[in-house]
Design a protein around this ligand. Structure first.
Ligand code: SF4
Ligand code: SF4
Length: 303
């Protein structure tokens, strides 16, 4: 496997981005739709605006995008974007729509855990995807480039598929038998027993869209998180690979410097070294490498 090239910019300022775009070999064409994947729930990194302007000045049509939060109101993400400074002249698009249900289904080639993946439509409509990641390690685990690709770009149903058993479950003790879940379910997955007046989920019919969870007035329906961390990270890597197989892509990581590469696994490996991540949290990068997705070794070129 060839070494990946990671470009490093010590001072990521305005004129850095045309050089980064050239160094990565990205061919920016007129009217090309470029999705800049950010995290609407976090403050807007200072580099986003100069990156946006650098792409716009080359004639592309860039937009900032993220998918909705997995189990809440989808518009909450757009509200968060406004609060977090993502409104400086750049269009912000909720990639999986205002209900989190707008996605493209694409194949996971060579996947061991999954056969298909569900990504926000706006991400799939873009000609080029650029992720901007501020890696973090905390209560929610490690959030790096593969995370931003595999989970951040996944539509709500995709996030559910990666993080949970894929289907919700009903807490029978909380259920009051109102029938709202079965009324909103378009697939016949949520069913109300007419005798017991208790709802249940019929997994073969359930698509994992989570509409029933939002409809339940007493929060009796919840995701089934009975999945190991390793499984989640391996699914996440397969999602990330599927997206990169389908899209022209490039990635920027903000650490001590701005690092850019077309190899997300190599960037996550670099982050793991610099952040001294525990072995268990590197499962996504290791699984990606096992699938032949990316390089473990890299060389850093300063620009
Ligand atoms: S998650 Fe969606 S498909 Fe599954 S039972 Fe609930 S509403 Fe129906
Ligand atoms: S919406 Fe909630 S309370 Fe109503 S039937 Fe379904 S699970 Fe039970």
């Amino acid at each position: 496997m060839e070494k990946a090239t990671i470009f490093a910019a010590a001072q990521p300022e305005f004129d850095t981005f045309p050089r980064l775009i050239d160094a990565l070999g990205l061919k920016i064409e007129k009217d090309m739709a470029v999705a800049i994947k950010v995290d609407f729930l976090q403050p807007c990194p200072a580099i986003v605006q100069p990156l946006f302007l650098a792409l716009a000045q080359r004639g592309a049509s860039p937009f900032l995008t993220d998918c909705s939060v997995p189990f809440g109101d989808a518009l909450q993400s757009l509200n968060a974007a406004a609060m977090n400074g993502y409104v400086s002249g750049a269009p912000c698009v909720l990639a999986d729509g205002v209900k989190g249900t707008d996605y493209d289904l694409i194949p996971v080639r060579g996947g061991k855990r999954l056969r298909s993946a569900k990504f926000g439509r706006a991400v799939m409509d873009a000609d080029l995807l650029i992720t901007v990641t501020r890696p973090a390690y905390g209560e929610r685990g490690y959030r790096g480039v593969l995370y931003d690709l595999g989970l951040g770009c996944a539509a709500r149903a995709g996030k559910t598929e990666v993080q949970t058993s894929g289907k919700p479950v009903v807490d029978q003790e909380l259920c009051i038998g109102c029938g709202k879940c079965s009324a909103v379910c378009e697939h016949g997955g949520a069913r109300l027993d007419p005798e017991t007046r208790k709802a249940s989920i019929f997994p073969p019919k359930c698509s994992g869209c989570s509409r029933c969870m939002r409809a339940c007035p007493v929060n009796a329906i919840h995701p089934d998180f009975d999945v190991s961390d390793e499984t989640v990270l391996e699914r996440l890597a397969e999602y990330a690979k599927a997206l990169c197989d389908a899209k022209m892509h490039a990635h920027i990581v903000l650490l001590d410097q701005a690092y850019a590469s077309c190899d997300p696994a190599a960037l996550d490996t670099l982050c793991a070294q610099k952040m001294e991540l525990p072995e268990a949290l590197q499962a996504a990068a290791k699984h990606a490498l096992a699938l032949g997705f990316g390089s473990e070794e890299s060389e850093i070129v300063s620009i």
